[in-house]
Design a protein around this ligand. Structure first.
Ligand code: ASP
Ligand code: MG
Length: 413
């Protein structure tokens, strides 16, 4: 008997009809002889509504009560699914994060899972019960309700799969899998059969919205195979798994974009040890994540420093960096630009193939798209460009690296 964790996202449980459809899928898997743990999101749009309610009554709502409020959407869907399964004659039981329990730290709004006690779930599974667990939520050591960050149900599912040593974690969503790029931009985007943990990690953190990044970190660490597929049909999905030889042959497997960042430049920073550390310290203290950082070669002992933060943090970051610049170097020359986007190409094959970055730059140059910042890792190249060229950049890169067709771009050696 296999143990399967199935996670259904917001659109898949968007109304009663759809939850009944989920119940049928769960029942089918159970009838095939599997032990099934189901993890659910809130109905689509519900968490946004709850967040908006908190913002109506508070300027900075994030904290203990915020999580009490925004975790409630999942309580409704797990209750409904368990009830429907029971009506169908199955044994089912709903669990909140605190009832499992899924223990997290106390970082409200973006808590991290610290441990999952599996005895209670194992006991009900042994009794032939389908366990229906609320995604996105946990409980801290003091008993406070916490949430795992937007999109956190994916992480609940993979973490449960790891804790229960599940054979498979299925992520059911409203698309059929992981695509070479956003099909809204490129109608010829192709569904990937397989993608490695590392590639998926880059894709998720660089803008592909299909999985929460943290969930992929869990999957990689515990080597949980994750199948991303649609809850609306039986098409085969995309398997996120360990890298194999075939994957290494593919130079570029996806193009992503992220319009959710903004750029801040500090001009004429004295080129001395310790200055950057002092400038950035207030951002760290306020929990603001800095993504890309570029420092130019210094002229006359001064340099320009440019970095990106998420749009949500932009205004706060700009204010803080202006203050710290004024305090540290006296004059304050800070400029911000929220109208940027980050376009990235990702592929495990980049490790063993040269010339990928320069091809990317050429393709963008041919379209007259100016590159404002560049960052690379072993398996990705990212460029910051003007937001208005995002769609064009994605399309030309997708074509240039042959992603829309079925042919694999292999190095001829
Ligand atoms: N309901 C939460 C959200 O909308 C968690 C999730 O759907 O994964 O972010
Ligand atoms: Mg999601």
């Amino acid at each position: 008997m296999a143990l399967i964790v199935q996670k259904y996202g917001g659109t898949s449980v968007g109304n009663i009809e759809r939850i009944k459809n989920v119940a049928k899928r769960v029942a089918r898997s159970y009838d095939e002889g599997n032990a099934v743990v189901v993890v659910l999101s809130a109905m689509s749009g519900e968490t946004n509504k709850l967040v908006a309610l908190t913002q109506e009554v508070s300027e900075f709502p994030i904290g203990r009560e915020y999580d009490v409020i925004i975790s409630t959407g999942e309580q409704v869907t797990v209750g409904l699914l368990a009830l429907i399964l029971k009506e169908m004659g199955y044994k089912a039981k709903s669990f909140l994060g605190s009832q499992v329990p899924i223990v997290t730290d106390s970082q409200f709004g973006s808590a991290r899972i610290e441990s999952i006690e599996d005895e209670r779930l194992r006991a009900v599974l042994n009794d032939g019960v389908i366990a229906v667990v609320a995604g996105f939520q946990g409980v801290d050591p003091e008993g406070n309700i916490t949430t795992l960050g937007r999109g956190g149900s994916d992480t609940t599912a993979v973490a449960l799969a790891a804790a229960l040593k599940a054979d498979l974690c299925e992520i059911y969503t409203d698309v059929e899998g992981v695509y070479t790029t956003d099909p809204n931009f490129c109608p010829n985007a192709r569904k990937l059969e397989k993608v490695s943990y590392d590639e998926m990690l880059e894709m998720a953190s660089l803008g592909a919205k299909v999985l929460q990044t943290r969930s992929v970190e869990f999957a990689k660490k515990y080597e949980i195979p994750v199948m991303v597929r649609s809850s609306f049909n039986d098409a085969p999905g995309t398997l996120v798994c360990k890298e194999d030889k075939e994957m290494e042959k593919v130079v570029v497997s996806g193009v992503t974009y992220n319009k959710g960042e903004a750029k801040i430049s500090v001009l004429r920073v004295p080129d001395r040890p310790g200055i950057a550390a002092k400038l950035f310290r207030p951002l760290t203290e306020e929990g603001i994540n800095v993504d890309m950082i570029v420092q130019n070669i210094s002229h006359d002992a001064h340099t320009d420093l440019t970095f990106t933060v998420s749009n949500a943090d932009y205004k706060r970051a700009l204010k803080l960096i202006k203050e710290s610049t004024a305090a540290v170097i006296g004059a304050e020359e800070v400029v911000g630009d929220p109208n940027i986007s980050k376009v990235s190409i990702i592929g495990a094959g980049m490790r063993s193939h040269a010339g990928v970055a320069s091809k990317m730059f050429e393709v963008l140059a041919n379209e007259g798209i100016n590159i404002q910042m560049i960052s690379t890792s072993e398996i990705k190249v990212s460029c910051v460009i003007d937001v208005k060229y995002t769609e064009l950049a994605v399309r030309v890169l997708h074509d240039a690296f042959g992603l829309g067709t079925n042919e694999i771009v292999e190095e001829k050696d």
